[in-house]
Design a protein around this ligand. Structure first.
Ligand code: MLT
Length: 208
């Protein structure tokens, strides 16, 4: 798949010990949205940041939604696999190790990171999923996520993500043997300083 099939930003890493990050923006965002977050979370990481290809009245996303929280599993699957194909090709072109590639996704970007982990586990090494929900109610295949670390960060007053979704998503990912940490923060759908601190702590880079 040609690199140009997803508009994207790539910033080479400056610290080879830092994992490469796949940045996945939320609805209405673009490929530049999470660059600062990537630098903050993991200084020196290579950053690969594609732009979602689905337009919802001009707001870009990674897959369509029929209504708030309502999805077409076939469309989600098709879009997820196309993104995973591109990520795998881009990782080759940019010389990134897919087993170390960490998705950092917010909202719709967190959701597509989750569906990539469910449907194409080899495309990612793990992920930090900020405000994810259950989009595909299907467990990861047994052993498909062995050795992969995943952090789920949700807010306890988020009007978009129902409270039962984060533990359900954790269970779906643990079915593939993923090492899942799940935290509920005193927050709504927007990110807070608590998200940054939790993600840095999980990355083990909070003292940098
Ligand atoms: C989604 O559609 O993926 C979720 O509702 C999150 C969002 O608002 O984008």
């Amino acid at each position: 798949m040609p690199l140009s099939s997803f508009i994207h930003v790539f910033e080479p890493g400056t610290d080879h010990s830092a994992p490469p990050l796949l940045l996945l923006h939320g609805t209405g965002g673009n490929e530049r949205d999470l660059l600062r977050l990537g630098h903050t979370l993991s200084p020196g990481s290579a950053l690969l940041s594609p732009r979602g290809q689905v337009s919802e009245g001009g707001a870009l996303r990674f897959f369509a939604r029929l209504a708030e929280g309502i999805f077409d599993p076939a469309e989600v699957t098709r879009r997820t696999l196309a993104l995973a194909d591109w990520v795998e090709a881009a990782a080759k072109d940019y010389d990134l190790d897919p087993t170390r590639l960490l998705a950092v996704g917010f909202s719709n970007g967190a959701n597509v990171a989750a569906t990539m982990l469910q449907l194409r586990p080899a495309s990612l090494g793990g992920g930090i999923l900020l405000r994810p929900m259950v989009v595909l109610d299907q467990p990861a295949a047994p052993h498909s996520l062995t050795g992969k670390r995943i952090l789920l960060l949700n807010g306890n007053v988020d009007p978009i993500v129902p409270l039962d979704h984060p533990p359900r998503l954790a269970t779906l990912l643990r079915a593939g043997d993923a090492d899942v940490s799940q935290q509920m923060l005193p927050a709504s759908h927007n990110l807070t300083p608590g998200d940054i601190a939790a993600a840095q702590g999980w990355l083990g880079r909070d003292k940098l």
